[in-house]
Design a protein around this ligand. Structure first.
Ligand code: 9D3
Length: 247
């Protein structure tokens, strides 16, 4: 997968490339990542990338020309056509399902907005997809682009070892993760649940599944609609959901 990232702050991506999964994925050739400074496609001597909004209003808007020209000049450097993803608060909410979708093509072009927004012509005539990572206000699309890059990268074949297959992830099973413990068995008087020390693997599996169900019911009941549950688990949820509803 090739990621091409258009931004006014390419330095922000240095920490992403320098650490963790992504660093290894790049070293092993699963991923390449290139950042481009939108300012390099401005033509005036102040390298102006933004301007005041037509019709008035506060704040500044990213101009369309540098962004269109940047995409024009990089498009032949990899697979084309490629998805052009604009990170914007108005985009569709990023999910694991969208991460899987974006892991399909060989290349993603990501455009990071800044200021109050990006000229609407970029939204309409350049971007093929618009993504938001959640309903909170950030200062630009850079952190969201990093979120997308990381979520997509770990889905690419060969990036994770088989020991950490992305199929094991809780958002794939549809339930929240069960509680995890490691040594010591007692820490500051806080014990590890006895069942986990019992060596009874069938009982442990049942306990974990029940913990996942309880947790999901309590914290993310919205997830239960899509989770695949056995009839017994459905009964469990129904038996316990009244209690959650009156909390
Ligand atoms: C406070 C300004 N807002 C007025 C309704 C609009 C606004 C414009 C630009 C809010 C944030 C931003 C900058 N954010 C992004 O470009 C962004 C973003 C985000 O803020 N939250 C979650 N996902 C994303 S993707 C891009």
């Amino acid at each position: 997968m090739r990621f091409d990232i258009l931004t006014l702050f390419p330095e922000m991506f240095d920490c992403l490339v320098g650490t963790s999964i992504l660093k290894r994925a790049i070293e092993r050739g699963h991923v390449s990542l290139a950042t481009y400074n939108i300012r390099d496609w401005t033509h005036d001597r102040h390298h102006t990338a933004d301007d005041t909004p037509y019709g008035g209003g506060s704040g500044m808007v990213l101009k369309p020309e540098p962004i269109f020209e940047a995409v024009d000049s990089i498009k032949e450097d990899g697979a084309w056509p490629a998805p052009v993803v604009l990170l914007t608060p108005q985009g569709r909410l990023f999910t694991q399902e969208i991460a899987r979708e974006l892991a399909g093509p060989d290349r993603l072009i990501l455009i990071c907005g800044r200021y109050e927004g990006v000229d609407e012509r970029v939204h309409r005539y350049l971007a093929t997809d618009e993504i938001s990572i959640g309903d909170y206000v950030l200062s630009g699309g850079e952190l969201p682009a990093m979120v997308v890059v990381e979520a997509v990268t770990r889905l690419l074949p060969g990036v994770l070892g088989s020991a950490a297959s992305p199929l094991d992830d809780s958002h794939v099973s549809g339930l929240l993760e069960y509680p995890q413990y490691t040594r010591p068995a007692v820490y500051r008087d806080y014990p590890v649940p006895e069942i986990l020390l019992s060596g009874n693997h069938a009982q442990i599996a049942r306990w974990r599944r029940e913990q996942s169900l309880r947790r999901t019911l309590e914290r993310r009941p919205d997830l239960l609609a899509k989770a695949s549950l056995t009839p017994e688990e459905v009964r469990f949820v129904l038996k316990n959901s009244a209690r959650e509803l009156v909390k």
